[in-house]
Design a protein around this ligand. Sequence first.
Ligand code: UDP
Length: 235
Amino acid sequence: MKYNRILLKLSGESLQGAQGYGLSTDVLHSYAAQIRQAVEAGVQVAVVIGGGNIFRGLQGAGRGFDRVKGDQMGMLATIINSLALQSALENDGVRARVLTSIRMEPIGEYYAKARALEYLAAGEVVIIGGGTSNPFFTTDSAAALRAVEIEADVLLKGTRVDGVYTADPEKDPTAEKFDAISFDEVYSRGLKVMDLTAFTLCKENRMPIKVFDMDTEGNLMRLLAGEKIGTLVHL
Ligand code: UDP
């Protein structure tokens, strides 16, 4: 396999699937099956999931919610999604742990790097919920932080778009996809891979990012096997 230890970032929004709200069991099942294959191939898999299918602090603030409370609601939403994925993985026969950045035993164990590494080494999937535990951050930042912290080989950002394009491919049909692009070129072209806090954290810590379409089943394994999938953001 191309990578030994990955941090997989999944968006909350993608968990909605075709129904457009909440949690789709089809999507959860598909993600669980793909993660199972990676674990069976010997890859250590840590996961950070967003909460956008349930609540986003910034959107809440636009509707009169206090921003900090809204962000806390968003972070709790990531825990709900983490539990849903854990459940889907366990149903598929994969051992999975939820570690939370906010103390909330017995829902999950309190996150610590050493604990995460111990479970990863034992072949368990480690789902890190609760974002960074701080408001005004995103789960992309949590994913970047945890990827760096657990010394992942790569941060894999699973999205519904299959990579980084010269423009938004959902709006501009002439947009072209990059197979690889440097951090500096992403900045200079004003492209958006992740929010800038997350992106800069990766750059400063030399953490490569791979953006790929996780909604096409089999893509995760193809990528891990070294096939040309998605876009690699490199130094
Ligand atoms: N959030 C936060 N701090 C963090 C991570 C997340 O405050 O470290 C909140 C924030 O309100 C965010 C919400 O949790 O909008 C859900 O996360 P995100 O929007 O990143 O989810 P995604 O877009 O990946 O579904």
